[in-house]
Design a protein around this ligand. Structure first.
Ligand SMILES: Cc1cc2nc3c(=O)[nH]c(=O)nc-3n(C[C@H](O)[C@H](O)[C@H](O)COP(=O)(O)O)c2cc1C
Length: 461
């Protein structure tokens, strides 16, 4: 069988992801694998239509497609995202139609599920026959079990193609009728003399909903609100995945472009950050993705802590809960406060005016109070993955993170809480006595659980 492998790693053949592909190649030598280094060659693919066509023609001729990529910022790398956009822009959806397909990613399992949801939905949008996804931890291949699982998954893929098995779609198509937004009310101006407000956008065309939303939001303030268009920031390319930044937050691009300076001078110094964009396929644009990927020079260290963050989006966010989760997780992991996400999915322009006005008022109010809402599973769990990995295998490549995690007491394990350790030991011992166990579990548990909270209530009477 002919399998087209679309490799999303900017590191091309020398990537972790490709080692998984090579392994399968060795295990199934009777199949032919045509590998395309999408991530590494995206500039050429975009510039030279012929190169793009060669890839899509191979996809057309293939029996199955393997989407293989590293996780970058809760999704696929920006280079891969761009390739996906080109499929629609160049109208070649039909070559993917009815092709059997599977997805492989390598990662440290930080929001691998959101990347997989995204790719699965893209495959459904392309009318492909989706046979599943495989989320490998970077070094799963080192264990026998890891190799067995991967081999089994691949053989299931090949068998599926051979037998022409039935598949079902998971994600419904997006049906979106955009409102033609025309601001009607101007509301009272919010003062922001001490707070730096920055709107970042990837706006391409004026006189669009996004353009008007940005303008309306800007007009809610009486003082300066800066708008920076990502298309005007000098960004030479996507993240290369080289992790040179791991030692001391120095990006390999150095001063070859203006990204790091822009991020340090403008993004890091803002008090209120508004990310404004238009939904493109099932995410934002690949330009936005490039922004997030390139901000990886901060590695696993939050760089927006304490800021107020909002999202002003044009497009069908309500139909893409996966994207909402990505936005929430990103903001929360950054230790920033998510003020709100405002979209143009409203009944009329007046309603959107009101939401944008309130977004401005709330951002200023929260900024004045330094409010950051409590964390949820998204960042509590995410941070534990980083903590464990930076403490362990990733400490050497990411030495800057290690210093930061040490300094900010992010290594909150093993628990040294001696008091609770002693109490636990005593209570565990007591529950070995049947009568005590009955007393504790049957009567005292509820009461004892709220005792410390009641003490606080008493203090605040
Ligand atoms: C810019 C960047 C962003 C990353 N983002 C994530 C992420 O969101 N989740 C995750 O689990 N791993 C993330 N990783 C780790 C890579 O997915 C992982 O190292 C992968 O195996 C690299 O594969 P490759 O060598 O094929 O490029 C990121 C790495 C880089 C360089």
């Amino acid at each position: 069988m002919n399998i087209a492998v679309l490799n999303g790693s900017p590191k091309g053949p020398h990537s972790v992801t490709m080692q998984y592909v090579y392994f399968i190649q060795k295990k199934f030598p009777h199949h032919e694998f045509k590998v395309f280094n999408i991530g590494a060659q995206i500039n050429q693919i975009e510039k030279e239509e012929k190169v793009f066509r060669e890839i899509t023609e191979e996809v057309r001729a293939s029996d199955g497609v393997l989407w293989a990529f590293p996780l970058y910022y809760l999704l696929v790398p920006s280079q891969y995202k761009r390739f996906i956009e080109l499929i629609w822009e160049r109208n070649v959806k039909d070559v993917f139609k009815n092709k059997y397909t599977v997805v492989l990613s390598t990662s440290i399992h930080f929001f691998d599920h959101t990347a997989h949801n995204y790719m699965h939905a893209i495959c459904d949008d392309l009318d492909m026959k989706y046979l599943g996804s495989f989320s490998a931890e970077m070094y799963d291949l080192l264990s026998r079990k890891g190799r067995e699982k991967w081999t089994l998954f691949a053989s299931d893929f090949f068998d599926g193609i051979q037998q022409g098995v039935p598949t079902a779609k998971t994600f419904p198509p997006i049906l979106h009728q955009a409102l033609d937004y025309r601001p009607v009310s101007s509301g009272s101006k919010v003062g922001n003399p001490e707070k730096k407000v920055l709107i970042l956008t990837d706006l391409k065309e004026s006189h669009t909903n996004l353009d008007r939303m940005i303008e309306r939001f800007q007009e809610s303030f009486s003082d300066e609100v800066k708008v920076i268009n990502l298309h005007q920031v000098e960004i030479k390319g996507g993240c290369l995945g080289c992790i040179q930044c791991g030692y001391h937050y120095q990006c390999a691009y150095g001063d070859q472009d203006g990204f790091v300076q822009f991020y340090n001078d403008h993004v890091k110094t803002a008090d209120i950050l508004m990310f404004a964009g238009t939904i493109q396929d099932r995410y934002l644009s690949s330009r936005w993705k490039m922004f997030f990927d390139r901000s990886f020079f901060n590695t696993h260290t939050p760089s927006l802590a304490g800021k107020q963050v909002g999202w002003i989006l044009s497009g069908p966010l309500r139909q893409i809960p996966n994207l909402r989760q990505i936005l929430e997780a990103y903001t929360e992991w950054q230790q920033a406060n998510l003020v709100d996400i405002v979209t143009d999915e409203v009944e009329d322009s007046r309603a959107l005016d009101g939401q944008l006005q309130y977004l401005a008022e709330r951002a200023i109010r929260f900024a004045g109070m330094n409010y950051v809402k409590p964390k949820t599973f998204l960042s509590v769990a995410g941070m534990k993955i980083f903590r464990d990995d930076i403490w362990g295998r990733l400490r050497f490549p990411f030495q800057a993170d290690h210093q930061f995690y040490k300094k900010h007491r992010l290594y909150d394990f093993p628990h040294r809480k001696y008091k609770s350790r002693i109490i636990n030991s005593v209570l565990i011992l007591l529950t070995k006595i049947p009568s005590m166990r009955k007393e504790i579990y049957g009567k005292r548990m509820k009461e004892e659980m709220i005792k410390p909270l009641q003490k606080i209530l008493e203090k605040h009477e």
